[in-house]
Design a protein around this ligand. Structure first.
Ligand code: COA
Length: 192
Protein backbone atom coordinates (compact mmCIF):
# COMPACT_ATOMS: atom_id res chain seq x y z
CA UNK A 1 0.00 0.00 0.00
CA UNK A 2 2.71 2.49 1.07
CA UNK A 3 4.83 1.13 -1.74
CA UNK A 4 2.03 1.91 -4.22
CA UNK A 5 1.83 5.44 -2.84
CA UNK A 6 5.58 5.78 -3.30
CA UNK A 7 5.32 4.55 -6.89
CA UNK A 8 2.76 7.27 -7.51
CA UNK A 9 5.31 9.81 -6.31
CA UNK A 10 7.84 8.35 -8.75
CA UNK A 11 5.35 8.91 -11.56
CA UNK A 12 4.83 12.51 -10.46
CA UNK A 13 8.61 12.96 -10.55
CA UNK A 14 8.56 11.74 -14.18
CA UNK A 15 10.56 8.63 -13.34
CA UNK A 16 9.80 5.77 -15.70
CA UNK A 17 9.93 2.32 -14.19
CA UNK A 18 9.07 -1.11 -15.57
CA UNK A 19 7.05 -4.06 -14.27
CA UNK A 20 7.63 -5.51 -10.82
CA UNK A 21 9.63 -2.75 -9.19
CA UNK A 22 10.30 -4.01 -5.64
CA UNK A 23 11.11 -1.46 -2.94
CA UNK A 24 12.41 -2.49 0.49
CA UNK A 25 12.39 0.79 2.41
CA UNK A 26 12.14 4.06 0.54
CA UNK A 27 14.84 5.20 -1.81
CA UNK A 28 15.50 8.90 -2.23
CA UNK A 29 15.01 9.55 -5.92
CA UNK A 30 15.34 13.02 -7.40
CA UNK A 31 14.84 13.67 -11.09
CA UNK A 32 15.75 17.14 -12.39
CA UNK A 33 13.20 18.59 -14.81
CA UNK A 34 14.23 17.66 -18.34
CA UNK A 35 16.49 14.81 -17.20
CA UNK A 36 15.90 11.20 -18.14
CA UNK A 37 15.65 8.62 -15.35
CA UNK A 38 14.51 5.14 -16.37
CA UNK A 39 14.31 1.97 -14.29
CA UNK A 40 13.75 -1.36 -16.06
CA UNK A 41 11.63 -4.43 -15.26
CA UNK A 42 12.12 -6.62 -12.16
CA UNK A 43 14.35 -4.14 -10.37
CA UNK A 44 14.84 -4.47 -6.61
CA UNK A 45 15.90 -1.41 -4.63
CA UNK A 46 16.91 -1.94 -1.00
CA UNK A 47 16.88 1.11 1.22
CA UNK A 48 16.43 0.04 4.81
CA UNK A 49 19.24 -1.03 7.16
CA UNK A 50 18.58 -4.78 7.07
CA UNK A 51 17.04 -5.04 3.63
CA UNK A 52 20.46 -6.37 2.66
CA UNK A 53 22.16 -8.24 5.51
CA UNK A 54 25.49 -6.66 4.63
CA UNK A 55 23.98 -3.71 6.57
CA UNK A 56 23.14 -0.55 4.68
CA UNK A 57 24.49 2.77 5.92
CA UNK A 58 21.96 4.81 4.00
CA UNK A 59 18.95 4.58 1.77
CA UNK A 60 19.48 4.14 -1.93
CA UNK A 61 19.86 7.59 -3.49
CA UNK A 62 19.31 8.08 -7.21
CA UNK A 63 19.78 11.60 -8.55
CA UNK A 64 19.82 13.33 -11.92
CA UNK A 65 21.34 16.70 -11.10
CA UNK A 66 21.14 18.54 -14.44
CA UNK A 67 18.44 18.80 -17.12
CA UNK A 68 20.75 16.88 -19.51
CA UNK A 69 21.46 14.05 -17.07
CA UNK A 70 20.56 10.47 -17.86
CA UNK A 71 20.27 7.44 -15.59
CA UNK A 72 19.23 4.18 -17.21
CA UNK A 73 18.89 1.12 -15.00
CA UNK A 74 18.35 -2.10 -16.98
CA UNK A 75 16.12 -5.09 -16.26
CA UNK A 76 16.65 -7.47 -13.30
CA UNK A 77 19.02 -5.09 -11.54
CA UNK A 78 19.48 -5.15 -7.75
CA UNK A 79 20.54 -2.01 -5.89
CA UNK A 80 21.36 -1.95 -2.15
CA UNK A 81 21.83 1.32 -0.32
CA UNK A 82 23.78 2.70 -3.26
CA UNK A 83 24.15 6.30 -4.42
CA UNK A 84 23.80 6.77 -8.17
CA UNK A 85 24.38 10.46 -8.91
CA UNK A 86 24.45 11.79 -12.44
CA UNK A 87 25.21 15.15 -13.99
CA UNK A 88 25.89 13.54 -17.38
CA UNK A 89 24.93 9.87 -17.84
CA UNK A 90 25.03 6.57 -15.95
CA UNK A 91 23.99 3.37 -17.72
CA UNK A 92 23.57 0.11 -15.79
CA UNK A 93 23.07 -3.07 -17.85
CA UNK A 94 20.59 -5.90 -17.34
CA UNK A 95 21.15 -8.44 -14.51
CA UNK A 96 23.74 -6.28 -12.78
CA UNK A 97 23.93 -6.34 -8.98
CA UNK A 98 25.04 -3.26 -7.09
CA UNK A 99 26.27 -4.13 -3.61
CA UNK A 100 25.63 -2.43 -0.31
CA UNK A 101 26.67 1.19 0.08
CA UNK A 102 28.26 1.46 -3.36
CA UNK A 103 28.70 4.97 -4.83
CA UNK A 104 28.42 5.55 -8.57
CA UNK A 105 29.33 9.18 -9.32
CA UNK A 106 29.69 10.49 -12.87
CA UNK A 107 31.03 13.82 -11.62
CA UNK A 108 33.25 15.34 -8.97
CA UNK A 109 30.55 17.46 -7.25
CA UNK A 110 33.02 20.40 -7.14
CA UNK A 111 35.42 21.94 -9.66
CA UNK A 112 39.06 20.90 -9.42
CA UNK A 113 40.34 24.41 -10.01
CA UNK A 114 40.42 26.46 -6.78
CA UNK A 115 39.05 29.74 -8.10
CA UNK A 116 36.13 28.03 -9.83
CA UNK A 117 35.42 25.92 -6.76
CA UNK A 118 35.33 28.92 -4.45
CA UNK A 119 33.22 30.86 -6.92
CA UNK A 120 30.58 28.14 -7.08
CA UNK A 121 30.50 27.92 -3.29
CA UNK A 122 29.71 31.62 -3.03
CA UNK A 123 27.43 32.16 -6.04
CA UNK A 124 25.33 29.21 -7.05
CA UNK A 125 24.78 29.25 -10.82
CA UNK A 126 23.47 26.02 -12.27
CA UNK A 127 24.58 26.87 -15.82
CA UNK A 128 28.10 27.66 -14.65
CA UNK A 129 28.20 24.48 -12.60
CA UNK A 130 27.51 22.52 -15.77
CA UNK A 131 30.69 23.85 -17.34
CA UNK A 132 32.93 23.77 -14.31
CA UNK A 133 32.25 20.47 -12.56
CA UNK A 134 34.14 17.64 -14.25
CA UNK A 135 31.66 15.00 -15.41
CA UNK A 136 31.97 11.95 -17.68
CA UNK A 137 29.52 9.20 -18.53
CA UNK A 138 29.65 5.88 -16.71
CA UNK A 139 28.77 2.66 -18.51
CA UNK A 140 28.30 -0.50 -16.45
CA UNK A 141 27.64 -3.55 -18.62
CA UNK A 142 25.24 -6.46 -18.28
CA UNK A 143 25.72 -9.22 -15.70
CA UNK A 144 28.17 -7.23 -13.58
CA UNK A 145 28.56 -7.71 -9.83
CA UNK A 146 29.64 -4.61 -7.93
CA UNK A 147 30.92 -5.36 -4.41
CA UNK A 148 29.85 -3.56 -1.27
CA UNK A 149 31.38 -0.19 -0.33
CA UNK A 150 32.96 0.26 -3.73
CA UNK A 151 33.18 3.59 -5.53
CA UNK A 152 32.79 3.90 -9.29
CA UNK A 153 34.14 7.21 -10.55
CA UNK A 154 33.39 9.36 -13.59
CA UNK A 155 34.29 8.01 -17.02
CA UNK A 156 34.37 4.39 -15.88
CA UNK A 157 33.37 1.75 -18.41
CA UNK A 158 32.86 -1.80 -17.16
CA UNK A 159 32.37 -4.43 -19.85
CA UNK A 160 29.71 -7.11 -19.49
CA UNK A 161 30.32 -9.62 -16.72
CA UNK A 162 32.80 -7.52 -14.72
CA UNK A 163 33.12 -8.07 -10.97
CA UNK A 164 34.20 -5.21 -8.71
CA UNK A 165 35.62 -6.30 -5.35
CA UNK A 166 34.38 -5.05 -2.02
CA UNK A 167 35.81 -1.63 -1.21
CA UNK A 168 37.35 -1.04 -4.64
CA UNK A 169 37.80 2.46 -6.05
CA UNK A 170 37.31 2.13 -9.77
CA UNK A 171 38.17 4.56 -12.57
CA UNK A 172 38.92 3.81 -16.23
CA UNK A 173 37.94 1.29 -18.87
CA UNK A 174 37.80 -2.44 -18.14
CA UNK A 175 37.28 -5.31 -20.55
CA UNK A 176 34.38 -7.70 -20.13
CA UNK A 177 34.64 -10.39 -17.44
CA UNK A 178 37.38 -8.59 -15.52
CA UNK A 179 37.64 -8.95 -11.75
CA UNK A 180 38.74 -5.58 -10.42
CA UNK A 181 39.86 -5.03 -6.82
CA UNK A 182 41.64 -2.49 -4.66
CA UNK A 183 42.37 1.21 -4.72
CA UNK A 184 43.16 2.12 -7.43
CA UNK A 185 41.02 -0.65 -8.91
CA UNK A 186 43.15 -3.11 -10.92
CA UNK A 187 42.29 -6.31 -12.78
CA UNK A 188 43.45 -9.36 -10.83
CA UNK A 189 41.97 -11.96 -13.15
CA UNK A 190 39.45 -12.62 -15.88
CA UNK A 191 36.40 -14.84 -15.54
CA UNK A 192 36.49 -17.66 -18.08
C1 COA B 1 36.46 -9.66 -5.81
C2 COA B 1 36.05 -11.03 -5.26
C3 COA B 1 34.77 -11.48 -5.98
C4 COA B 1 37.21 -11.96 -5.62
O1 COA B 1 36.90 -13.25 -5.20
P1 COA B 1 37.86 -14.47 -5.70
O2 COA B 1 37.85 -14.52 -7.19
O3 COA B 1 37.40 -15.69 -4.98
O4 COA B 1 39.30 -14.01 -5.29
P2 COA B 1 40.22 -14.52 -4.09
O5 COA B 1 39.48 -14.48 -2.79
O6 COA B 1 40.83 -15.80 -4.53
O7 COA B 1 41.35 -13.39 -4.05
C5 COA B 1 42.28 -13.23 -5.10
C6 COA B 1 43.28 -12.15 -4.70
O8 COA B 1 42.60 -10.88 -4.70
C7 COA B 1 42.64 -10.28 -3.40
N1 COA B 1 41.31 -9.70 -3.17
C8 COA B 1 40.12 -10.33 -3.26
N2 COA B 1 39.12 -9.48 -3.04
C9 COA B 1 39.68 -8.30 -2.79
C10 COA B 1 39.15 -7.02 -2.50
N3 COA B 1 37.81 -6.81 -2.43
N4 COA B 1 40.00 -5.99 -2.31
C11 COA B 1 41.33 -6.19 -2.39
N5 COA B 1 41.91 -7.39 -2.68
C12 COA B 1 41.08 -8.42 -2.88
C13 COA B 1 42.93 -11.42 -2.46
O9 COA B 1 43.57 -10.94 -1.30
C14 COA B 1 43.83 -12.30 -3.29
O10 COA B 1 45.11 -11.73 -3.31
P3 COA B 1 46.44 -12.67 -3.44
O11 COA B 1 46.30 -13.36 -4.78
O12 COA B 1 47.56 -11.69 -3.37
O13 COA B 1 46.37 -13.61 -2.31
C15 COA B 1 35.76 -11.01 -3.74
O14 COA B 1 36.94 -11.00 -2.98
C16 COA B 1 34.92 -9.82 -3.33
O15 COA B 1 35.40 -8.71 -3.07
N6 COA B 1 33.59 -10.05 -3.29
C17 COA B 1 32.60 -9.02 -3.09
C18 COA B 1 31.73 -9.33 -1.85
C19 COA B 1 30.62 -8.34 -1.77
O16 COA B 1 30.86 -7.16 -1.67
N7 COA B 1 29.38 -8.82 -1.89
C20 COA B 1 28.20 -7.96 -1.99
C21 COA B 1 27.66 -7.62 -0.64
S1 COA B 1 26.25 -6.57 -0.81
Amino acid sequence: MISNFYKLILKILRIRYGNKLTLHGFPLIFNKRGANLTIGDNVIINSSFLSNLVGLYSRTIIVTRTPQAVIKVGNNVGISGATIYSRKAIYIGDNTLIGGNCKILDNDFHPIEIEARNKLMTSYQVTEEDDLIPSKEIHIGKNCFIGCNSIILKGTVLGDGCVVGAGAVVSGHFEENSIIVGNPGRVIKKIK
